[in-house]
Design a protein. Structure first.
Length: 119
């Protein structure tokens, strides 16, 4: 069974090669988990999770992702949760907006992280 730490590490690998200082999407996405500021605030409001004074970007995003995981881990598989993070909305494998390339990359990263944890 996938743990939240395995999920977070695999997601960080796919999103930014696990680089806290990463910038992407033309300067709109930042941090280890490549979140846009507008999406960040939506997730903060949704989960009632807000930055603390002196907290790093990645620290508060990690708290948000942990809350997302906690809420959905028994309802969705890890790839579907990662896809939600990637797209900004829920979708299914049968939908046109399901990003098969992203899903494959995430599944491979998760398998590698899980294998390392079991070693």
């Amino acid at each position: 069974m996938t743990t939240v730490d395995q999920f977070l590490y695999a997601l960080a690998i796919v999103e930014s090669s696990n680089t806290p200082e990463a910038w992407g999407d033309g300067g709109r996405a930042m941090g280890r988990w490549q979140v846009h500021p507008d999406r960040f605030w939506d997730e903060c409001r949704r989960g009632y999770i807000f930055p603390k004074v002196g907290e790093t970007w990645d620290s508060v995003v990690e708290r948000i992702l942990r809350a997302v995981w906690e809420f959905y881990f028994d309802k969705l598989d890890p790839v579907a949760i990662a896809m939600y993070w990637h797209l900004g909305h829920f979708t299914s494998r049968a939908s046109q907006d399901w990003d098969t390339t992203y899903a494959s990359k995430f599944a491979a990263a998760l398998a590698k992280v899980s294998a390392q944890a079991g070693a």
